[in-house]
Design a protein around this ligand. Structure first.
Ligand code: 0PR
Length: 365
């Protein structure tokens, strides 16, 4: 701690000098987050001091959280879905497995996840003392439902499918997983942290949500394709009061029980997330997603013209390529198989893609 405080000028010149060290979003092609939409920023600023951890003090903000869950429930074909706003996919995945563990009693509990599952499931299994069984992917980079079914036994408390995988942008065969879940009375969690704000708005949406009877819970992140401020995630449950299984007593708060993981929880990104949804509506989101998908297609075609093959044909706006180098100063990422990966987020506009393709072509020349 500084002994003597700074002047406002000194403080903010220090902060802005550090901010300048951050990478300019124009060059960020690797991120599943994007620049928050201006309405999200405005809403966020309005609700800066709110704490959903003590909702009795902020009933208006708490009503926005319920509305956000209702919006997603409706979008995911189940208006009565329960749920709450989390800090993102990691918390939603941890809480989904925690819920499965609470509802499904097993002596040595295990969870079946696809090889492509986000690393948050490793954290969740570690924290919750669960065995993580990994189902292989088919040649199409999607989870093999048959292989998953073979891993299920009487100690399986949850099966996980991913709708929009982090590395290759694929949607697992959730309908097949849902059938297996129904047959074996399994808890099925769908990680739609990324795809939940893409798939419903595609021209031909693949089934992944509560319309499939076997789906128990869904994770979706407004701070990814929802263009909200960070941190904004949601965990949705099929049954309205399902999360009550996680309740612990909070005797001195305005609510006497709590099922959330965090105690103090920001209302600001919840307002930001709802603001974006209500500002765009389904029609507006369709246009945003169509733009991102078109740019993904343009990038794949442009790379193809330079002789670079895609590593997968993605279901959502994540493009991967068989190549080893990318031009600077662009920030791309590399999958664990060594493929170049670019996420065509809303800030990755057509102009930026053309600029990247030009630089890529120059590098190869
Ligand atoms: N599930 C899926 C399918 C994800 O892709 C991610 C994160 C998570 C869960 C976890 O979400 P949170 O990170 O919100 O807890 N996917 C990105 C990734 O790990 C997150 C990210 C975003 C990473 C922006 C880097 C970045 O610049 O790649």
């Amino acid at each position: 701690m500084l002994n003597k405080g700074l002047t406002e000028d000194d403080l903010f010149s220090f902060l802005s000098s550090r901010k300048k060290e951050d990478i300019d979003h124009r060059y960020i092609l690797s991120s599943m987050c994007t620049l928050p939409h201006p309405v999200a920023v405005m809403a966020h600023c309005m609700f800066m001091e709110t704490n959903l951890g003590d909702p009795g003090l902020f009933p208006g903000t708490a009503s926005l959280e319920r509305l956000l869950i209702e919006r997603f429930g409706t979008l995911f074909h189940h208006r009565e879905a329960g749920g709450y706003a989390t800090s993102g996919g990691t918390e939603s995945n941890i809480q989904a497995l925690r819920l499965a563990k609470a509802l499904r009693h097993a002596t040595c509990p295990n969870v079946v996840v696809p090889e492509s599952a986000h690393f948050s499931f490793k954290k969740a299994c570690d924290i919750l003392g669960l065995e993580m069984r990994t189902a292989p992917l088919g040649p199409d980079h999607r989870m093999s439902a048959d292989a998953a079914a073979e891993l299920v036994d009487k100690n399986t408390i949850c099966m996980v499918g991913v709708a929009g995988t982090t590395e290759y942008g694929m949607v697992d065969p959730i309908a097949d997983l849902a059938k297996i879940a129904c047959q074996h009375d399994l808890f099925l969690h769908v990680d739609a942290a990324f795809g939940g704000m893409v798939i419903p708005f595609l021209e031909r949406p693949v089934p992944f949500d509560f319309a499939l009877p076997g789906v128990t819970t869904i994770a979706v992140d407004p701070h990814k394709m929802g263009m909200s401020t960070i941190p904004a995630g949601c965990l949705l449950t099929r049954e309205t009061d399902m999360l009550d299984a996680l309740n612990i007593d909070t005797p001195y708060l305005t609510v006497k029980k709590e099922y959330t993981l965090a105690g103090t929880r920001p209302g600001a990104p919840v307002a930001g997330a709802l603001a974006v949804l209500d500002y765009f509506g389904v029609e507006g989101m369709k246009a945003i997603v169509a733009g991102c998908m078109k740019n993904t297609g343009r990038l794949i075609a442009g790379m193809g013209a330079l002789g670079i093959l895609p590593a997968a044909i993605p279901d959502v706006n994540v493009a991967t390529f068989i190549c080893e180098k990318a031009p600077s100063p662009w920030k791309v990422s590399w999958t664990r198989n060594g493929h170049l990966r670019i996420v065509c987020m809303p800030h990755v506009t057509r102009d930026r893609i053309e600029a990247f393709l030009n630089d890529f072509g120059d590098m190869h020349a």
